[in-house]
Structure formats: C-alpha cells, structure tokens
Design a protein around this ligand. Structure first.
Ligand SMILES: Nc1ncnc2c1ncn2[C@@H]1O[C@H](COP(=O)(O)OP(=O)(O)O)[C@@H](O)[C@H]1O
Ligand SMILES: [Mg+2]
Length: 381
C-alpha cells in the first residue's frame, strides 16, 4: 500500500465553501504508516459515506486543528490502493476510531477530544473507550439493568476474593482495560478436592491450569499473572453450550435514522476447545445465533430468547449512555445466555470491531451515516 501526497494545492476557497456534510475519522499519527487503525475499515467507511452523500476523510490527532478552515487529512483511492494526503474542510462530525487506549490517553489526544466535545459546531461520537469497572458501576445504578449483570467486584485483596468465593464457586478475573481475551483467568472452587482451587489462565496458545490448596497460594499466583494490571472479579456464568463448546452473542447496537438505539445485528461466537473465552483468534468460531439457540432451547424458546436478547441490549445501551454522560453512536456488546435461558451482560466496546457477517457489516456502515444525517438535521449543522 503506497502513500502519496498531492503536490498541487487544491482550490481552497471552493473546498471551504462546499456545504457538504463532512465526517472525519479520527485516529492517531504513526511514524511509519502516517496513521494507525484498521485501514480497510476506514476505506469502507469512506466509500459508504460517499454513497450517502458525505465527504469522509481520515484525520490524525496532530492534524486536527479546529481553528483552521482547512485541515490536512487522508483519503483512499481504491483504484491504486493508495492513501492520499490532501486538504479538507473542517468536519461537522468526528468519528473517534483511535485504536488503542494508550493512544487515546496521550495529553494531545485528550485535549483535542475535549475541544471537540465542547465545540458548538462539531459533533464527536464515541469520545473514549469504556473500562469494565465503570460499565458495571453504571449498570448497577438502574433497576432496569441490574438483573443482567453478574456479581462484579474490584479484585483488590485475597480477603475480598475469599469473601466472593463464599458466594460464587466459579469466577472470571478480567483486566479492566482488557480486550480480545487478554489476561483473562477463571477460578473454580471444588471444596471436596485435595487441591480445591483451580486457576485457569488464558494464554496466547490455549490456557494453563494451576491447582492449589489455599487462598493465599491462589492469590500469590494471581498477583504474579496479573502483572500490575487492575482487575475485576466476576461471577462466572455457565453458558449454554453447543457440542460442549460454550457460546456468546455479539450484538451491535447503533443509533438509527431517528436518533434511537437500534440493533444492527447479532452474531454468535463459539469458544474454541480449551479456551475460556469465545474470541475467534483464540480458536473461537462464528455461528448463526438462531441455529445455536434452537439446538439448545428448541424453536419456540429460541425465538423468544432472541427477542429478549435484543431488548436487553437496547436497555443496556441506554443506561451505558446515561452513565457515561457522553454522546454515543454505537457499541458492541458481549452477552451470554445461561443454561436456564437467562441473558447476561459481559462487556460493551465503544469501538466495535468489524463484524464478519456481511449483512451486519453493511447495516453497520449505513447506520453511521443515517444517524449522522439525523444529527445534522437536528442541530442545523
Ligand atoms: N462472568 C463470565 N461468565 C462466563 N463467561 C464469561 C464471563 N466473563 C467473560 N466471559 C467469556 O469471556 C469472553 C471475554 O470476556 P470479555 O468480558 O468480553 O473480555 P474481553 O474484553 O477480553 O473481550 C466473553 O465473551 C465470554 O465468552
Ligand atoms: Mg469481549
């Protein structure tokens, strides 16, 4: 993939005057690649924007100079498979796709994002990543969302962990800023065994198992494995399983053309064998949610469960937006269904990854611009 800068300066006055709806995809600069992020995703968003009458370009934190009339940015040329640097009008909408937490936490990124949030003529959506502990605090605050969240505590002391194990014999330990299954562990307590505690640690190639006899030993190992990261401890849910592999439901929730939260799609991820999570890079696979639910619960119950899952995801999205006190446009959610057909919330991602299901993918791109159109109309931008 080559990168080219246009030498000829464009007709700047014409660019500034064009009244087109303009959306900038915000990311972070990179010394070698010019900017970071999923380029094929950015190219798809630019193309979808053009279909909806939007001018879309990629802008880096450094390039985002809100007092200027023209900004440097990048567009994609499919014919030559090249990213081209050129001038663009200041956007009305900014879609935050900074790919890593640590990049988003850099002072310049924070300052620019805050400036966008406070800017009267710019709307930024998805101003930051979520952290797993905040999500649970927000969802505990409302009676509508309480029933869907597993018991969750911060993992701070051996004593606290012991107390939690009195109530729950199966626990998930997860880094608050984790993603893609990284750093996840499970604890199973079987009091009748000589070594009652079993700790499983998710590694890059399958999981490691550690058995021990006391909470003190368990704690020492957890401290070693968690390498300074902050963690939550969470009631483990016995997920419904297909061919003895557990699965969960990845739901994409976005605002629609009326500005309301809506389901763009539900996919299912089946865990790989020996994996404690369902992530595809860890041996998980993609499945049709209806097929999985029918195989476990039968046709009628499966249909009801899918409706319940959709409604649950919408209720949760509203509460997360309320809790975050930010304008959100989309999120993906990991939901689980247990063997009794109860729906559980595991986490939400403020920067959803591309869905591989083509129909969900198409709808997700369209919705970005349908909601953008709604926003522009509402705010007279
Ligand atoms: N409390 C839990 N009970 C059962 N399974 C869980 C629990 N928490 C997470 N999982 C499984 O692990 C996966 C990864 O957990 P998640 O919270 O989504 O972390 P990550 O940010 O690493 O994706 C979930 O999709 C689910 O399959
Ligand atoms: Mg997840």
């Amino acid at each position: 993939m080559a990168l080219v800068f246009h030498e000829d300066s464009a007709d700047e006055a014409a660019i500034i005057q064009s009244k087109q709806s303009v959306l900038a995809i915000l990311t972070i600069e990179d010394d070698i690649q010019l900017f970071r992020g999923n380029r094929s995703n950015f190219a798809d968003i630019i193309a979808a924007g053009a279909d909806h009458g939007f001018l879309v370009y990629v802008v880096t934190v450094k390039q985002l100079k809100l007092r200027r009339k023209l900004l440097d940015g990048f567009t994609y040329d499919r014919d030559t498979d090249t990213w081209i640097g050129q001038k663009f009008p200041v956007p009305n909408l900014i879609y935050n796709r900074i790919p890593l937490r640590e990049d988003e936490l850099q002072p310049e990124a924070r300052r620019k994002i805050a400036a966008c949030v406070n800017h009267p003529e710019i709307q930024i959506f998805n101003p930051s990543f979520f952290n797993k502990w905040s999500l649970f605090k927000w969802l505990r605050q409302s009676r509508t969302t309480q029933p869907f969240i597993p018991a969750t505590r911060r993992l701070l002391t051996a004593g606290g962990l012991g107390k939690m194990m009195l109530k729950h014999r199966f626990l998930y330990l997860k880094p608050v800023s984790g993603k893609a299954g990284k750093g996840i562990m499970t604890i199973q307590l079987q009091p009748e065994k000589t070594l009652p505690y079993t700790l499983k640690i998710q590694g890059d190639k399958g999981s490691t198992t550690y058995n021990c006899g006391t909470i003190a030993k368990l704690w020492a190992r957890i401290v070693k494995e968690s390498s300074g990261e902050r963690y939550i401890a969470q009631q483990g849910i016995q997920l419904a399983a297909f061919n003895e592999r557990s699965f969960d439901l990845r739901t994409l929730v976005q605002k629609n053309r009326r500005g309301q939260w809506d389901i763009s799609g539900i996919g299912a991820r089946v865990a790989g064998s020996y994996s404690i999570t369902t992530h595809v890079p860890r041996g998980g696979s993609i499945e049709d949610p209806e097929k999985l639910l029918v195989s476990v619960f039968g046709q009628d119950e499966a249909r009801k469960l899918l409706i319940k899952t959709r409604n649950t995801a919408l209720i949760i999205a509203r509460q997360i937006e309320r809790g975050s006190r930010r304008k959100l446009m989309e999120m993906s959610m990991d939901l689980g269904v247990d063997q009794d057909g109860h729906v559980w919330f595991f986490e939400a991602n403020a920067k959803p990854m591309k869905f591989d299901e083509p129909d969900i993918r198409k709808r997700s791109l369209d919705r970005i611009f349908q909601y953008s159109q709604y926003l522009l109309k509402m705010r007279g931008l």
